[in-house]
Each structure stands twice: as C-alpha cells, then as structure tokens.
Design a protein around this ligand. Structure first.
Ligand code: AMP
Ligand code: ZN
Length: 472
C-alpha cells in the first residue's frame, strides 16, 4: 500500500484501511460565502490525490466533504458566541439572501473542482441540512457528561473531559491561556476558558436558526464536521484531510467530540496540507492576494496549470506561487499535450517500466508528486525510449496526475502560449475592469498590445488574441 504523514503520530504511516479494500476518506470542505482561491484548491487537491493513489492499489474509496453553509463565524476559528456568521455577513454585503449566497458559491466551488480535475466527494452534505444529526450528537455528549447547556441556549464541550486534547496540535489545555480563541469575548457561563460552543443560542428572527432542546440557535463549525463524518462514513474513518491551519482548533475540537461520542479513536490518520503562498505571503482573502480559478482562465492560462504547479511541490511544503510559475506550468502542459498527441500517432509500445516504477514509488512515499513529474520530464527528453512507449507511460501516469495529457490527440495544434508577464497583466486588467478602474484597464491594454497580446472587451468579459509577433 502507500504511506502518508500522520499529524497526530508525527510520522509517516503505512495506510491500511480498517475495512479491507475500502478506504473511508473525509475532507473538510468549503465555507460557501465566497469563491475558493487557489490556496483552498491546493488543499482540496490533497484528498483527490489520496483517492487516486488508493484506487491505483485497487482500493475502493468512499469519500465525504462537507459544505459549510451555516455556523462558521467571521473570525477564523472563533467559536465563542458573538462573532458574525460569514454567510450572513456576505448576504448583507451583496444584498442577497443567505440561501442565494450559499448555493451560488457552492455551485462555483463544484465548477472550480471540475476545472482542476478534482473528483467530487461521494457525499457532499450541507450543514444546514444536517442539523438533526448535530442535535443528536450534542444530546449524546450532554448525556455522557462531555457537554453542558447554559442559560441563553448555548451548549459547551467540556474540554477537560477529553484527556487526549492537544495531541494533534501539540497544544495542551494548561498552555492554552484564556482568550486564545481569537480574543473574542468569553461567555462567563463557560466552566473553563478552553471549552467551546457546540450550539449557540440566538435570538428569534435571526436568519439560519433552528429549534433544539436547549433553545433556538445554530451549531458551531466544529460540530458540523463531527456529526456529518460519523453519519456518512461511520465510526471509523481512515483518513481525514484539511489545510494545516485546521489542525487547531478545528480538528482538535472535532477529534474530542467524535472520540467522546463514540468512546474510541474515530480518525485513524490526520493528513494536513501546507499553505499556498502567493508572492511570498499566505494566500488569503484578508491578505488581498487571492487568485481564483476564473482568474487563470481569464488570463489565458489552462486551470490545470495550477494543478501541475501544485504537483511540482510536495504537499507538506509551503509553495510560493507566482504568475511566472503558473505561466511556466501552462507552457509545460501545452508542450506535453502536443507531444502526447504526436506520440499517439506512432506504433504503440509497452510502457517504460522503470519510469512507471519511479512514479509509483514516489506517489506511494507520502505523495511525492515531485518525483512523478520529474520522472516524466526525464522520459520526455530520453532519446532511447520509443515515442509509442512515452505515449503509454504519460497516459498511464495521468490517471493519478489528472492533467488531461491526452486532450490534444486528434485536435488541431493548440493556441500558442502567452508571452511572459501577459497572464499577470490580463488578470490585473480583469480586476481593474471589475472595479471600474478604466484608467488602469486602458493602460494595461496598451502594455499588453506592446508585447503582442490584443485585448478586446466583450459582454462576457475581456477576450484576447496573441499574435505571431510575440512568439518570435
Ligand atoms: P476556508 O474556506 O477558509 O475554511 O478554507 C478551506 C480549506 O482551505 C481549509 O482546509 C483550509 O485549511 C484551506 N486553506 C485556506 N487557505 C489556504 C492556503 N493559503 N493554502 C492552502 N490551503 C488553504
Ligand atoms: Zn471540518
């Protein structure tokens, strides 16, 4: 089988599913109040790669990814009552209903996954449609002494009732000082500062509230993932994924809840992906450096260029993405597709066993996608290997890499790649137009024209053509 780094045991572990031949995989999903950015997509890719590698070993994968459409408060990780729900805040900002916001961005998320060849999870439960599961779980936690209700309809998890708290993140309860939960106002009815809200009481008339035995309110973000993962995948989950920032408090709290309600360790392996940086800083809406999947297409880049750029780095390394990296990955992708189309026209020959072996070994060894991509780069240039063999090897590797390398077979030549710097200028111009900054948009159009990219504005957004001039 294959191996992955387990955040809890802090070592690379052999993955042996609890049920032979069946791997249960849970991926923390999006909060659907905005478009997912490429950082989010890097983390969602992690679950897709695990699924593809497991399937290569003949294992059936059953996967679940939640859609958070209620309960995620505006300040990341903050779960003390008082913060504002991200969906409600966005609904107000856009002048739409919470439901319109949530469903609109959920559809956009599905389209983004499709564009990056990230296979949808088998189960994609929405938090707002799983409230009954959460109420049942909270009731059990109260019954078994792991949670308590207070006046005002809040229910808190009793952190001290779970002895293994902190094993994932390395935070012990003693080290956690009051106010660590993002410094939000602390409810004096909490018995201990590190207790967190499983359910939050809310005034009648607030949007997105439900009736529970403790009063009207809504669930905490951590409550959702425990209840949904236990319901859809059962009490033993082989792998749970997420970005590294979810280790604490989200996954720490989730583990405490799930293990307390079942009485045993639920998740066998926690796997976290490192952050994507953009031009040196963590990609985040708050930093203002997000790049969306739509920005790639609008900049003339194939969205799968981002997938290739991710694959060229190990998932446990921070990756500092730039427009240059994306443009270079786009050029590689186009060249590989051209090559595969040309090789497809030659007599078929067996795959190159040495290269498929290197790729398989790399992927099995904690998802070393770098090794797989490097092996393909060597194979491409190897004059000793017949083209028919290169064809079979590339197409085989693509089952896991998911780069649509056979896309150009039988097609006319792909459009020429953009000259250096053009993709960034196209993206900047798209942002400028969206912000009605016509001066900047006009300046960028002139700059693009100077490097041979002619931009026109259409009712569907900007369109461009790259003349021969810029390709030398
Ligand atoms: P959010 O919508 O903020 O809850 O994030 C969704 C997923 O994306 C979570 O698994 C986060 O850990 C992950 N994530 C957020 N920002 C980044 C980033 N810059 N790089 C990689 N993953 C990220
Ligand atoms: Zn989660």
């Amino acid at each position: 089988m294959f191996r992955l780094y387990d955040t809890r045991t802090r070592q690379v572990e052999e993955i042996r599913p609890a049920s032979r031949g069946l791997l249960r995989l849970y991926a923390c999903g999006p909060t659907v109040y905005r478009y997912a950015h490429l950082g989010n997509m890097r983390t969602y890719l992690l679950a897709d790669l695990i699924r593809r590698v497991a399937q290569r070993h003949g294992v059936t994968v059953v996967s679940c990814q939640n859609i958070t459409d209620v309960g995620h408060l505006a300040e990341d990780g903050q779960i003390d009552p008082g913060g504002e729900d991200k969906i409600l805040a966005q609904a107000r900002a856009e002048g739409r209903t919470a439901l319109e916001i949530a469903r609109g961005y959920e559809d956009a998320f599905a389209a983004d996954c499709l564009a990056l060849n990230i296979h949808p999870a088998d189960y994609r439960p929405r938090a707002s449609e799983s409230i009954g599961l959460m109420i049942d779980m909270i009731a059990k936690l109260i019954e078994t002494g792991h949670a308590y209700a207070t006046d005002g309809g809040n229910v808190y998890f009793d952190a001290r009732s779970f002895p293994g708290y902190g094993e994932l993140s390395g935070n012990s309860l003693d080290q956690l000082r009051p106010g660590h939960r993002s410094g939000g106002a602390t409810d004096p009815r909490k018995r201990f500062h590190a207790d967190w809200a499983l359910w939050k009481g809310a005034p009648e008339g607030r949007e997105l509230t439900w009736t529970a035995p403790w009063g009207t309110g809504f669930p905490g973000w951590h409550t959702e993932c425990s209840a949904m993962s236990l319901h859809f995948l059962g009490e033993v989950i082989d792998i749970h994924t997420g970005g590294i920032d979810l280790r604490f408090p989200h996954h720490e709290d989730e583990r405490a809840q799930s293990d307390s309600v079942t009485g045993h360790e639920v998740v066998r392996h926690w796997v976290h992906g490192e952050h994507l940086l953009f031009e040196g800083r963590k990609m985040a809406k708050s930093t203002g450096n997000v790049v969306l999947v739509a920005d790639l297409a609008a900049s003339g880049l194939d969205p799968l260029a981002a997938r290739l750029a991710f694959l060229e780095h190990h998932y446990r390394q921070q990756l500092n993405l730039t427009w240059e990296t994306l443009t270079a990955a786009d050029a590689t992708l186009r060249r590989w597709r051209d090559q595969v189309a040309a090789w497809a026209a030659t007599p078929s020959r067996p795959m190159c066993a040495e290269v498929t072996g290197q790729i398989a070994d790399g992927l099995d060894d904690d998802l070393d996608t770098r090794a797989a991509v490097a092996a393909l780069r060597r194979l491409e240039k190897d004059p000793e290997i017949p083209p028919g063999s290169k064809f079979e090897t590339f197409v085989h590797a693509d089952q896991v890499l998911g780069l649509d390398l056979a896309a150009d077979i039988g097609r006319a030549a792909a459009p020429p790649a953009l000259p250096g710097g053009a993709a960034q200028k196209l993206a900047e111009r798209r942002h400028a137009r969206n912000a009605s900054d016509w001066t900047t948009a006009d300046r960028l159009r002139d700059e693009l024209a100077a490097i041979g990219v002619l931009v026109s504005d259409t009712p569907d957004g900007q369109a461009w053509t790259a003349g021969r001039r810029c390709h030398g």
